[in-house]
Design a protein around this ligand. Sequence first.
Ligand SMILES: O=C(CO)[C@H](O)[C@H](O)COP(=O)(O)O
Length: 237
Amino acid sequence: MVSHGMRTGNNGLMCKIGPSILNADLSDLFSESQRLLDNGADYLHLDVMDGHFVPNLTFGHPVVKCLRRKIPEAFFDMHMMVAEPDKWVNPIAEAGANQYTFHLEAAEDTLELIRRVRETGMRVGIAIKPGTCVESVLPFVDKVDMVLIMTVEPGFGGQSFMKDMMPKIQLLRSKFPDLDIEVDGGVGPNTIDLCAEAGANMIVSGTAVTTSDNPRHVMSSLRHSVEEAIQKSQLER
Ligand SMILES: O=C(CO)[C@H](O)[C@H](O)COP(=O)(O)O
């Protein structure tokens, strides 16, 4: 598998758009995923839900493995909304994932979990729910590749964006200029500016992209907004 660096050059960050296929037609996961990639997605954000950590079920490693066979190149960003994140590290790695993002709230031994994910060769992400304070993730930030700030309660697509999560992104960005910060939940053309100004550089957008007649246009306008905000903040430094 090709290696997928998520950073660029010596200026630090690059904006990436990773649509979530949660609200797409899951009976045709391959075509839906390919359509998003063909229309400019930088990566696929794959939401794994186990019915315990969140009150919903999606799919697991067998489905990811099948999708990987049909899509050998794309970056698979796994958002593991599961109660036992340690249990799925190896199956998800063997299925061909590139990044394993677990929830801090579900981790029993966070450092050990980070070590285990790294050992597989996957990038490591930590996600926090809206009710979790950003300070709780700070001790781990220098050991991971990405922090995911949830802007909805995890479990369902199509919810309203929680703009009061923006201070979490601002705080992380001020302390960690080179960190990949992902935002997920209710993100679309009307909410992207807030995320971009706060400092997010990895943008998950589900419903806004998958239900659009013109996903290429939606993704390129999301990207444009974030790139402008990154450039502006670099000029201000
Ligand atoms: O993690 C998620 C829900 O738990 C989804 O990735 C997220 O909600 C994306 O969908 P939308 O953009 O429709 O909110």
